[in-house]
Design a protein around this ligand. Structure first.
Ligand SMILES: Cc1ncc(COP(=O)(O)O)c(C=O)c1O
Length: 369
């Protein structure tokens, strides 16, 4: 079986992990955590980094830190992972959804302004699958309506928009380091921001809101979202190779494109927009309407040929958990609905060999024949 993702851990990961063991620094108090925070902040052109234990809680803390009030509306894409909407709903805020762009699969920025009401307080931008959201219109709208921006850059390590790093936009940005990301810590996340007050608030929220002057007395409820020194050791070793990893992913994308372009029945990821070149977080495919089966069937057929796949995200407006909460009743977002049903991705990890890419592409052609 060719796995859908396999990380590359052949740099200094072992050396730095051994250093944790030898020095006994394995908790979040160890020195690698702050070093990784500084490294990620620098990579994203931000002043502050706050390491946390995954990308989901990074969003949770980021939304909480902004001080949004129950009932405040936050505009976000329907086509994303549930972590984004959950962070909003758990604060009592209201996610307001926009559909996807059919070519990049990112949020359709042309729909944002129509969704603004007197209760709108923020926009949550989520860069999807390898190309960033078109940020200029988002920044213009946020400025005109005085909205905060939360940027979910979970999939965008090393990507830029018009030369500016993803993770540097808006008030606060988040990353994930799950093993399918360009750099991994096993599980892990990071919040980055330029605002010292927001950074301090995130640090408190991540650490149970201990009071500095009286440790076990709390004015507010926080969480234990801390990252361990072991995770940060991996993160530093991975970050050292981020540029090389982006090159590997772009080579993978170019190879797949050469092998698959012109194949009837599938939409391939766009190689570039005028603002960015794809970094192929995953190599995603969407079946045309002419194909007589959906993504579920395609993945089953590929599995029989030994090819690992994953489905696309399922839209937030079609989530039973939100329907039970009375959210999104009767909403329709046709692009997201179509790509959720007809989209999937094929092996795209950093450890993928050229032979595996060729075999995966040949198998895709075979199931479409
Ligand atoms: C866009 C996006 N946001 C948030 C997350 C959540 O990150 P984690 O899996 O580290 O909790 C993911 C995970 O893939 C993601 O793709």
């Amino acid at each position: 079986m060719i796995p859908v993702n396999e990380p590359l851990l052949d740099g200094n990961e072992y050396k730095y992990l051994m250093e944790c063991i030898e020095t006994g620094w394995i908790s979040s108090e160890g020195p690698f955590v702050q070093e990784f925070e500084r490294g990620m902040a620098k990579a994203a052109s931000r002043r502050h980094g706050i390491a946390v234990c995954n990308g989901t809680v990074a969003l949770e803390a980021a939304v909480a830190a902004l001080g949004l009030q129950p009932g405040d509306e936050i505009i976000m894409p329907t086509f994303t992972i549930i972590s984004c909407a959950a962070a909003i709903v758990r604060r009592g805020c209201v996610p307001v959804l926009v559909d996807s762009d059919p070519v990049t699969w990112n949020m359709d920025v042309a729909q944002i302004e129509k969704k603004i009401t007197s209760r709108t307080k923020a926009i949550m931008v989520v860069h999807i699958y390898g190309l960033p959201v078109d940020m200029d219109p988002v920044l213009r709208i946020a400025d005109a309506y005085k909205l905060r921006i939360i940027e979910d850059a979970a999939q965008m390590h090393g990507q830029t928009y018009k030369g500016r790093p993803c993770g540097s936009f808006g008030d606060i940005s988040t990353f994930s380091f799950y093993p399918n990301k360009h750099i991994t810590t096993g599980e892990g996340g990071m919040i980055v921001t330029d605002d010292p007050a927001l950074a301090e608030r995130c640090r408190n929220l991540r650490n149970l809101c201990f009071k500095t002057e009286q440790r076990f007395v709390h004015d507010e409820l926080g969480w234990n979202f801390r990252m361990t020194n072991l995770q940060a050791a991996l993160g530093i070793a991975q970050l050292e190779r981020l540029d090389a990893f982006v090159k590997i992913k772009r080579r993978m994308g170019a190879r797949y494109a050469r092998l698959l372009s012109g194949t009837p029945g599938i939409q391939l990821p766009l190689r570039q927009k005028d603002y960015a070149e794809n970094i192929y977080w995953v190599y995603a495919l969407v079946l045309d309407e002419s194909v007589p089966f959906d993504a579920g069937e395609a993945m089953k057929r590929l599995s029989k040929l030994g090819i690992g796949t994953r489905p696309f995200f399922w839209p937030m407006h079609e989530q039973p958990v939100f329907h039970k909460m009375g959210l999104f009743a009767g909403e329709g977002h046709p692009i997201a609905e179509r790509i959720a049903r007809r989209g999937f991705y094929i092996p795209s990890g950093l450890a993928l060999t050229d032979d595996q890419i060729e075999h995966s592409a040949a198998s895709v052609k075979e199931i479409l024949r």
